[in-house]
Design a protein around this ligand. Structure first.
Ligand SMILES: NC(=O)c1ccc[n+]([C@@H]2O[C@H](COP(=O)([O-])OP(=O)(O)OC[C@H]3O[C@@H](n4cnc5c(N)ncnc54)[C@H](OP(=O)(O)O)[C@@H]3O)[C@@H](O)[C@H]2O)c1
Length: 269
């Protein structure tokens, strides 16, 4: 269990998912977590649902917490850091999950020497299956990196990477769940078109994605090997694959990752 007290600045979808998973995985006691949000209603809901402390004043988060997790929209980061400049000191570790915001941009708005780590998680952290990458700032130590690894390992897989890769991580796994939801919905639509009941089609589609991902992670085989293994000559699967190729499926996915990566870069400019 973490000894450090955790504070969330902004507790929307990602903040809530992280908070809940930290409490559910017993990484932290709810009483050692504080979260701020602009809306009183939201604060009340978070306190009731997770049992954490909440506040509408970001400075309360800085006074309480050792680790400050910045979980607001990227556009809000500058304004919030300006407001907290005197409250965040070298005793804090600042962990930013804001898409696209470079470490240097955060460090330059804080007192000198403050330790900063940039993290890109994704929402499946709520079910313990997040894919996360993080990069250390100028003053962050290996021990800080281990702490962040521990936090995000408790909710999935985590990789320590150079910051230059984080926009691409954002385009792939940060935004990736949305691509996969769209794929699942499309698979289900295909099933419904062919006469399956909607509820069963959607579960068949989701379980297929889950199972295929698990096969890949557990066997360590290349996706093409696993694909070939279920594609018999003249069979049904090659008919389906051939239509996906005709429709530019691979290029569509590659272009999606590229566009989201470029958008992440743009947010940081
Ligand atoms: N969603 C994802 O899959 C994902 C994945 C990886 C990283 N991220 C990053 O995580 C960050 C949060 O994303 P999200 O999807 O959780 O956004 P979100 O749901 O909009 O959460 C942001 C929260 O911060 C609150 N907030 C706004 N201004 C504030 C202020 N001045 N002080 C304190 N709280 C404030 C917002 O309140 P109001 O709604 O009332 O304005 C909202 O509840 C973003 O930077 C995003 O790039 C998201």
């Amino acid at each position: 269990m973490l000894q450090e007290k955790i504070g969330f600045i902004g507790c929307g979808k990602m903040g809530e998912a992280l908070c809940k998973s930290m409490v559910n995985s017993r990484l932290s006691e709810a009483s050692r977590i504080i979260a701020s949000d602009v809306l009183a209603e939201r604060c009340k809901l978070l306190s009731q649902e997770i049992g954490i402390q909440t506040t509408q004043n970001n400075k309360d988060v800085a006074s309480f917490a050792d680790i400050i997790i910045l979980a607001v929209k990227p556009q809000m980061v500058n304004e919030i850091l300006a407001d907290l400049k005197n409250s965040i000191t070298q005793r804090h570790l600042v962990v930013s999950i804001a898409a696209g915001i470079p470490i240097q941009c955060i460090e330059s708005r804080l007192q000198s020497g403050v330790r900063v780590i940039r993290v890109m998680p994704n929402t499946p952290c709520l079910v313990g299956l997040s894919a996360t990458a993080f990069a250390l700032g100028l003053h962050a130590t290996q021990k800080d990196g281990q702490l962040v690894s521990t936090i995000f390992n408790s909710v999935g897989k985590v990789f320590h990477m150079d910051e230059k890769y984080l926009d691409a991580v954002t385009g792939l796994s940060g935004s990736g769940p949305a691509y996969v939801y769209m794929f699942i919905e499309a698979l289900s639509d295909g099933g419904v078109k062919m006469g399956l009941p909607r509820d069963i089609a959607t579960i068949l589609a989701a379980q297929t994605v889950l199972g295929a991902a698990k096969m890949l992670l557990e066997t360590g085989q290349h996706p093409a090997q696993l694909k070939d293994a279920v594609t018999s000559p003249g069979g049904t699967t090659i008919e389906g694959l051939s239509k996906l190729e005709d429709s530019g499926f691979r290029s569509a996915v590659i272009n999606a990752v590229e566009a989201a990566t470029l958008k992440s870069k743009e947010l940081g400019e």
